[in-house]
Design a protein around this ligand. Structure first.
Ligand SMILES: Cc1cc2nc3c(=O)[nH]c(=O)nc-3n(C[C@H](O)[C@H](O)[C@H](O)COP(=O)(O)OP(=O)(O)OC[C@H]3O[C@@H](n4cnc5c(N)ncnc54)[C@H](O)[C@@H]3O)c2cc1C
Length: 462
């Protein structure tokens, strides 16, 4: 229970409508998109409208010694917004203004509650795009994706969120406001704070303004569906495309289980007997797209694709990408619990990783559908299970552990884009070793010594 005095002070600062206390509201904010995580009701949800509101909330939380959990749309997949120690959820959705689109400098300034697609709809009017596009582009916020350093379907050619952040305004755990970065292409003043805070998952500060880079909309694009009767061939084709110096905007894979499940869900004509498909899109100037498209066709055929279909028009293209975006929702319908992993390897090791995932599924007798941003080496092995089946959940834990171990042994990482949150905090030692984890801890404690901001995520208190 929070002190009634704190609730009264918050209501008088923010207005009663921006302070939620109903039980039903608390349940809504007790979980996020991550399966298999414990849920926990917050004591209170507050909805700031300005940086000044956020400062006031942080100062009150300090005064009453209460934790704060920043939250965008709650679509993260690492338990990043669960208020695990109780306290205050800070919903950033009211701060949803696009403050500036600067066509001369190709930048935009946004508040954290802006939905990624809304920014893209706005900048498209000027022939620009903001490339990071997680599967949740129509719901996820700029604040959440910045703090998660989201990737997405265009990562191979265009990079991920951190490549587009040029500056930020943040409220620290002390209540101080800091701002850095700007519209200059070059900026090496001091330590690289943008790199430190992007992907910090709300554990080091609360972002209240973000300055992002925009790029011109590609003139043309061409999508393909390449069909394989063997997953290894598909894996080798990914490496061959890159080796041939073609950098598609998007290079995605779906295995047979994912193909069948998506087809059953979305009925879009995918080849359900294929062992794997690659979804490929090249974009850029019309002439280069034509050339790259020819090369993609050639490489796919050389690498043993049984069929390669080029999307004839925008409708066919949209259908292909809708299929890919349906992968997780479709798999999630198969069983009560969906454990989605995000182990990532250098793309040359994709065939080995795909093989290891198949072996792990057999070893632990689990259903694992694999899809993902294969061109980035970022696979999403998705375990279809039931959290009420204790014996199976134990095998899931062992399988997850083994997936991470293999990924790291292949030179990869625990997370390509979904972050650490609560879900992977216990595995960090595997990647960083004790000294590395201690560096993370010292950074956390330098900026947030009381673990006020998003406790239990990335670095756990001893
Ligand atoms: C179906 C599905 C598909 C997905 N596809 C992808 C994908 O392709 N690529 C990818 O990278 N991710 C993907 N995700 C994960 C998720 O959508 C992204 O991480 C997304 O960017 C999170 O945005 P959000 O607004 O929901 O953030 P939230 O989940 O609300 O928050 C994410 C993190 O940011 C922190 N946070 C939020 N706002 C602030 C703030 N203002 N200041 C400080 N910290 C803050 C939170 O505390 C939390 O740690 C997918 C998720 C689902 C469910």
């Amino acid at each position: 229970m929070l002190p009634t005095q704190l609730i009264a002070e918050l209501k008088s600062t923010l207005g009663a409508a921006n302070v939620l206390t109903d039980k039903e509201d608390m349940i809504t904010y007790s979980f996020d998109a991550t399966a298999g995580m414990p849920s926990k009701n917050p004591d209170l949800v507050v909805c700031p409208n300005s940086t000044e509101d956020v400062v006031a909330i942080v100062k009150l939380a300090n005064k009453y010694n209460i934790p704060i959990y920043p939250r965008g749309s709650g679509t993260n997949l690492s338990g990043g917004t669960i208020p695990i120690e109780g306290g205050i959820v800070l919903s950033m959705l009211n701060m949803n203004q696009i403050l500036e689109v600067d066509q001369d400098n190709l930048v935009a300034v946004v508040q954290p509650g802006v939905v990624i697609q809304s920014l893209n709809n706005e900048v498209l009017k000027y022939g620009l795009i903001y490339p990071p596009d997680p599967g949740t582009v129509t719901t996820a916020t700029m604040g959440g994706s910045t703090m998660e350093c989201s990737g997405g379907l265009r990562g191979l050619k265009y990079g991920v969120t951190k490549h587009y952040i040029m500056g930020m305004q943040l409220v620290l755990a002390s209540g101080e406001v800091i701002k850095w970065g700007g519209k200059t292409v070059k900026n090496v003043s001091g330590y690289d704070l943008t790199a430190l805070f992007t992907g910090s998952e709300g554990t080091l500060g609360i972002v209240t303004e973000i300055l992002v880079k925009l790029i011109p909309t590609p003139e043309a694009r061409q999508s393909f569906l390449a069909v394989f009767d063997d997953v290894d061939k598909a894996g080798r084709c990914i490496s061959a495309i890159i080796r041939n110096k073609i950098i598609p905007a998007t290079l995605e894979i779906m295995d047979n289980m994912t193909i069948r499940t998506v087809e059953e869900y979305a009925k879009i004509g995918l080849p359900t007997d294929a062992e794997a498909v690659l979804l490929i899109e090249v974009d850029g100037y019309r002439e280069s797209v034509a050339r790259e498209a020819e090369q993609v066709l050639k490489v796919c055929r050389e690498e043993g694709a049984s069929d390669v279909q080029a999307a004839k028009d925008d409708a066919a293209r949209d259908k292909l990408w809708a299929a890919r975006r349906a992968a997780l929702p479709a798999l999630a319908r198969v069983s009560p619990t969906t454990v989605l992993e995000d182990a990532t390897v250098p793309r040359s090791r994709i065939p080995e990783m795909l093989k290891a995932i198949r072996q792990i599924a057999l070893k632990y007798d689990l259903k694992i559908g694999t899809f993902g941003h294969a061109g980035d080496g970022n696979l999403h092995p998705t375990i279809l299970t039931d959290k009420h089946n204790a014996a199976e959940m134990h095998r899931v834990e062992q399988a997850v552990n083994e997936i991470f171990t293999v990924a790291i042994s292949l030179g990869g990482t625990l997370s390509g884009e979904h972050g650490i949150g609560m879900a992977k905090a216990g595995f960090l030692n595997m990647e960083f070793g004790p000294a590395g984890v201690d560096v993370l801890r010292r950074l956390k404690e330098a900026l947030d010594p009381d673990y006020r901001l998003n406790p239990g995520k990335i670095v756990r208190r001893d």
